[in-house]
Design a binder for this molecule. Structure first.
Ligand SMILES: O=C(O)[C@H](O)[C@@H](O)[C@H](O)[C@@H](O)C(=O)O
Ligand SMILES: [Mg+2]
Length: 446
């Protein structure tokens, strides 16, 4: 009789970390000078380290902590039951919080994804295969397309907040430009040109929900004229009314490849119903990370045909869930993509592995990495964006090696911050006194 020595989990650490950011504007306000994340590090009896990354904040940090009693001394072979135990523990609370208006980056499901990533990292290292090989139909591509994620940027240097003033010594204009205000179509084009020159992006997304709709559609139109071959989109995070979105986007045929959350719930109709009406009225493909973010919402979105491109971020779908969304997309004639928030390089590796395993038609993945790259890393050799792609090699696990010195530095930065979670209203109040979030109004139209 053969005996199998499957490694057991011997150690677990949850480390809140922070890194630098620019004053990126969006409907929720303005990014603070620092973004926060939670890093999970597992160790097994074979001496391997497995890592996973989740959004910052105490709710997620404590949810990951709950995994400790589920995983310590367990065989990594129990990956699926460990993940589903943690998932069941947080499910109802998530629905409740979401119903009260929480953002996806505040949900406990993100903790489940970090656990799954770290376990898959260990399993991949044990079996000698990349994580993509352990998802869906296995690894389908050697690189994943990512888009250049453009933002209107506030003048953070006019506030008392400690915004970065360029990253020295990296030898490209992008690292200066990303910290300067960008409030006009011309500045957005300059941002895109510098980012393309640095990372080779073929596709772009402009974050809207900041200025009046006409100004934002003008910016995306100028962007398209400058990069006519790019798949370009605009995402106002549901700031426009249905009528406004139809009016604005009917002028964007041939300009945008798809519209991302152009409008959302209104007058008692759900965001899924409103996006279905938008889609019917304009004939434009619709992407979302707001109205089909879990299986229950997805079922309704499918019945209504609200969405063409679900942006299945592995952080709030889990890695296996995001790949399962790609399978659903393939069966229902949809295209798979992924949403992102600011993140470190562990998350970049998670996106890349999921993107390499996604089946069917895919669109370039969102990533905020260009805003962090060069001065915020947790691994020795972060995945690179070259020619608008992230390579996915056959290196085992997530294909990254954690750099504990960097982790400690990022943790020290975190410890100096007044709050752990993301609060875009706080920074925005330095631009507009007493500013308050309104899900139906662009941030600067007050
Ligand atoms: O400001 C941001 O970083 C973005 O608005 C995100 O928070 C948001 O989730 C975005 O990435 C999106 O696609 O909606
Ligand atoms: Mg979006």
């Amino acid at each position: 009789m053969l005996s199998y020595e499957t490694p057991k989990i011997t150690g677990m650490r949850v480390i809140p970390v922070a890194g630098r950011d620019s004053m990126l504007l969006n409907i929720g306000g303005a990014h603070s000078p620092y973004f926060t994340r939670n890093l999970l590090i597992l160790e097994d009896s074979a001496g391997h380290i497995g890592v996973g990354e989740a959004p910052g904040g105490e709710t997620i940090q404590h949810s990951i902590e709950q995994a400790r009693e589920l995983v310590i001394n367990q065989s990594i072979g129990k990956l699926r039951s460990m993940v589903s135990s943690l998932q069941c523990a947080g499910r109802n609370a998530d629905f409740e919080d979401f119903g009260k208006g929480s953002w996806t980056f505040e949900l406990r499901i993100n903790a489940v994804a970090a656990l799954e990533a770290a376990l898959l990292d260990l399993m991949g290292k044990f079996l000698g295969v990349p994580v993509a090989e352990l998802l869906g139909n296995g690894k389908l591509r050697d690189s994943v397309d990512v888009l250049g994620y453009l933002f209107f940027v506030g003048n953070g240097h006019d506030t008392p907040l400690d915004y970065r003033r360029g990253t020295e010594g990296l030898g490209h204009d992008w690292y200066r430009l990303r910290d300067e205000a960008a409030m006009t179509p011309q500045r957005i084009v300059e941002q895109a040109q510098a980012a393309q020159d640095r990372y080779g992006f073929k596709d772009f997304k402009l974050k809207g929900g900041v200025l009046a709709g006409e100004q934002e559609t003008e910016a995306v139109t100028v962007l398209h004229k400058t990069f006519p071959d790019a798949r370009t989109t605009i995402d106002p995070n549901g700031a426009w009314s249905l009528n406004e979105a139809i009016q604005l986007c009917n002028n964007l045929h041939g300009v945008i490849a798809y519209a991302e959350d152009p409008c959302g719930a209104e007058h008692g109709f759900s965001g899924r119903e409103i996006l279905a009406e938008f889609r019917h009225a304009t004939g434009l493909p619709v992407a979302t990370n707001m109205v089909a973010t879990n299986w229950r919402e997805m079922a309704h979105a499918l019945m209504l045909r609200s969405v063409d491109i679900p942006l299945a971020d592995p952080h709030f779908w889990t890695l296996s869930g995001a790949v399962r969304v790609s399978q659903l997309c393939q069966d229902h004639g949809m295209t798979w993509g992924s949403h992102s928030n600011n993140h470190f390089d562990v998350s970049l590796a998670m996106f890349a592995q999921v993107g390499a395993a996604a089946v069917g038609r895919t669109t370039a993945l969102d990533t905020h990495w260009m805003w962090q790259e060069g001065d915020s890393r947790l691994t020795r050799n972060p995945p690179q964006i070259i020619d608008g792609k992230v390579a996915v090699t056959d290196a085992p696990g997530l294909g990254i090696e954690i750099d504990m010195k960097q982790v400690e530095q990022a943790h020290a930065i975190y410890r100096k911050l007044p709050v752990g979670g993301r609060n875009d209203a706080m920074a925005m109040q330095h631009l507009i006194r007493d500013w308050r979030f309104d899900p139906k109004r662009p941030a600067l139209t007050r």
